[in-house]
Design a protein around this ligand. Structure first.
Ligand SMILES: *[C@@H]1O[C@H](CO)[C@@H](O)[C@H](O)[C@H]1NC(C)=O
Ligand SMILES: [Zn+2]
Length: 300
């Protein structure tokens, strides 16, 4: 997607996010309508999440993604209930992502979860989606990075329902009880189990990528999305543990996914990594042409 973004050197004009007064609708009620979160969230044109219609994707061959330190054992991992999700920080070393279609190195800022999934694939929703939020290292911090189209990469990992417990998720939710209550919002606790993030990752050979936004206010349109095509298992027991999180006293957060957004004039590229070098070279050349043509047609 950087082919497009680097040709459209637009600067997102950003409104500072409002006070932390936004939330998710109760999808179980009869009169559900998604709340207006303001600014770009309501009037943006390249918002996330989206439904990915696999029949309408463009095929791409990129260099492999490279994950640095994702195999490190994390000893100091912290988690917090921020009133909207369960978020992980406190990584032992910088977790760095490069390669693929990325022009720079991206470092992980935080990892969090959405229950049910935000993205759907062919209109199928998944029980859980993990977001690994990375900042482009050419920018000094996340708030700066969200002002540029190449500022943020989010890796999305979808979890499918399974009778088999996910061992890495168990390590994370093992200590969740201590942060579920609303009185513990924004209180950091130790995850208490040693794990490496690769335990949570599917194969990165095949993925969908498109230019989108943060899925929470201020919905900055700064995100290159990388949604893994392979999914990993989770049980409903495990997802239900996340659903006990309170966002207000006595009010649990049964789901925290944003409504699907319009694709508008964006291309979604399906990257297949599992091919020979020669085919990849031809493929990436063809993709560059296709995306350049698409960007002229749609964006310029
Ligand atoms: C981010 O970096 C910019 C530029 O160095 C600085 O002005 C700003 O205060 C920083 N913001 C935060 C939240 O650290
Ligand atoms: Zn997210």
């Amino acid at each position: 997607m950087h082919f497009i973004t680097s040709f459209v050197l637009a600067f997102c004009s950003l409104a500072l996010s409002r006070a932390d007064d936004w939330g998710y609708p109760d999808w179980d009620s009869d009169t559900v309508s998604f709340p207006k979160w303001g600014e770009l969230c309501d009037n943006g044109q390249r918002q996330s999440p989206i439904n990915i219609d696999s029949k309408k994707t463009l095929k791409g061959f990129f260099d492999p993604l490279v994950f640095e330190n994702f195999d490190d054992l994390q000893n100091e991992l912290q988690m917090v209930n921020n009133g909207h999700t369960v978020q992980l920080t406190g990584f032992d070393d910088d977790l760095v992502l490069r390669g693929g279609g990325l022009l720079n190195d991206y470092v992980v800022e935080q990892i969090h979860f959405h229950w049910w999934s935000e993205h759907t694939i062919n209109n199928i929703r998944y029980p859980l989606e993990m977001h690994i939020v990375h900042r482009n290292t050419i920018y000094p911090n996340t708030s700066m990075a969200t002002q540029f189209k190449d500022g943020i990469v989010v890796i999305g990992v979808l979890f499918h329902a399974s009778p088999i417990r996910n061992g890495a998720i168990d390590k994370i939710v093992g200590n969740l009880d201590s942060i579920t209550s609303a009185s513990n919002i924004n209180k950091f606790v130790s995850v208490g189990n040693v794990m490496a993030f690769e335990e949570l990752m599917p194969s990165a050979d095949n993925y969908f990528t498109y230019a989108g936004s943060l899925t929470t206010p201020n919905c900055a349109e700064a995100v290159t999305w990388i949604l893994m095509a392979e999914t990993v298992p989770v049980t409903f027991d495990q997802v239900n543990m996340f659903r006990q999180i309170e966002h207000h006293n006595g009010k649990t957060l049964p789901n925290n996914y944003r409504a699907l957004q319009e694709l508008n004039d964006r291309a979604v590229v399906f990257v297949e990594g599992d091919i020979s070098g020669a085919a990849r070279l031809t493929g990436s050349l063809a993709l560059t042409l296709i995306v350049l043509l698409a960007s002229q047609k749609f964006l310029l």
